[in-house]
Design a protein around this ligand. Structure first.
Ligand SMILES: NC(=O)c1ccc[n+]([C@@H]2O[C@H](COP(=O)([O-])OP(=O)(O)OC[C@H]3O[C@@H](n4cnc5c(N)ncnc54)[C@H](O)[C@@H]3O)[C@@H](O)[C@H]2O)c1
Length: 361
């Protein structure tokens, strides 16, 4: 059992990582919550695999349980599903003293977290992430969100859970493409962290190694992300480094219209951005090659013909993380030494075509 403590000014809680944890979920939940009614929110892929076991665990521990399902996939992060969940909570007479347990990937975590933070001004929340992305990234940090027609994650809250329970064994049923996607975020965090975390990444030489080392990869990622979040919960400063690779990634993910998954786009974004920063001599020679080597070992793509098109420049310029007309791009001065490069939006074309004049760098 690995435990990582998250200490924020208004909330302290623990993230527990243990293979087989789902078999003890009732006991663990009873350590955190007094007897109450719990809504287990899951999706149509995860529920058939794990919901029965979770309900049994919670019932045996003395909780009353209601189970709600949403269709698997990003499309469920919307108002319709949010309102449907509110209505089910109303029908089952959920009170402010009850709780929500999110059992699923990042979609369920974001949606159930949003519902928990808004229903009756806030129900207690426990995250039980089931995808690698959710176990290493989205369940840590307290961001909840739903999407609007105009973009992803445009409505949401910062809402910390009472606990996060991570069972790496659940990854055995996760489709391989999603495993690799989550791993792109792991490589990102290892590159930002450097040292021992990067040494671990050097041991992942085939997709199967991700599962063999899952517990250690999750522990390192959660420790790193929790540390960043504790420094800067609301993303006003250091938390921005987690956007490494995301400016290019967001743009090509949108342009690929569903053909590139988010983690794949981030993988390409990290490598291509590092190649540019190498060219501008802000990242050391070989930075892009080191990342390429590690990402390809997990079967991730590192290049895309979408980069450099007029649509690409337009999307980069309008990136949602654009602040006051500036793109705060993250680059590596070295492994473990990230830095921010504020690029005026109107210079994006020059910068990304590799033609930024020397005096402007
Ligand atoms: N809140 C945050 O800080 C944060 C950070 C990063 C990403 N996100 C969000 O996370 C979402 C992506 O998360 P995701 O990649 O987990 O997507 P997801 O939740 O859609 O899960 C991916 C797929 O795997 C299935 N699945 C999950 N766990 C499984 C398991 N153990 N066995 C079998 N199938 C399983 C799901 O049903 C789904 O089909 C996006 O909506 C993104 O915006 C949030």
């Amino acid at each position: 059992m690995k435990t990582i403590q998250v200490d924020l000014p208004e909330k302290q809680y623990s993230i527990h990582i243990e293979p087989g944890m789902l078999n003890h979920l009732g006991t663990w939940t009873a350590k955190i919550w007094t007897p109450r009614q719990i809504a287990v929110i899951s999706d149509s892929h995860v529920a058939p695999l794990y919901e029965e076991q979770v309900i049994r665990q919670l019932s045996d521990a003395g909780f009353r349980v209601a189970a709600y399902q949403v269709p698997a996939g990003e499309a469920s992060k919307n108002w319709m599903e949010t309102i449907r969940l509110y209505r089910m909570l109303m029908t089952d007479h959920f009170q402010r003293t009850d709780g929500i347990l999110a059992l699923g990937g990042g979609v369920v975590g974001d949606l159930a977290g949003f519902v928990a933070s808004t229903y009756m001004r806030g129900l207690a929340l426990i995250q039980v992430p089931t995808s690698l992305l959710a176990q290493v990234d989205s369940s840590v940090g307290g961001k909840t969100a739903i999407d609007l027609e105009t973009g992803k994650n445009l409505v949401g809250t910062f809402y910390q859970p009472d606990a996060v329970f991570i069972d790496p064994d659940l990854l055995a049923t996760l489709p391989k493409r999603y495993l690799a996607e989550g791993y792109a975020e792991v490589v990102k965090m290892a590159a930002l962290s450097g040292n021992g975390f990067w040494k671990l990444i050097e041991q992942i030489n085939r997709p199967e190694d991700m599962l063999l080392h899952a517990e250690a990869l999750i522990e390192q990622s959660v420790t790193f992300k929790a540390g960043v979040v504790m420094d800067d919960e609301k993303e006003n400063g250091r938390r921005q480094i987690l956007n490494f690779g995301h400016t290019i990634g967001h743009a090509i993910e949108l342009l690929a219209q569903g053909k590139l998954a988010h983690g794949e786009a981030v993988s390409i974004g990290m490598v291509q951005l590092s190649a540019l920063f190498e060219k501008y001599r802000l990242s050391p020679p070989g930075a892009a090659a080191i990342l390429t080597n590690r990402l390809q070992a997990a079967g991730l793509p590192v290049a895309s013909s979408l980069i450099g098109t007029p649509d690409f420049y337009e999307k980069v310029k309008n990136d949602k993380k654009n602040r006051g007309g500036r793109l705060n791009m993250v680059y590596l001065q070295a492994l473990g030494r990230p830095a921010l490069y504020p690029l005026p939006g109107d210079r994006a074309g020059l910068f990304f075509s590799g033609k930024m004049p020397e005096q402007e760098r």
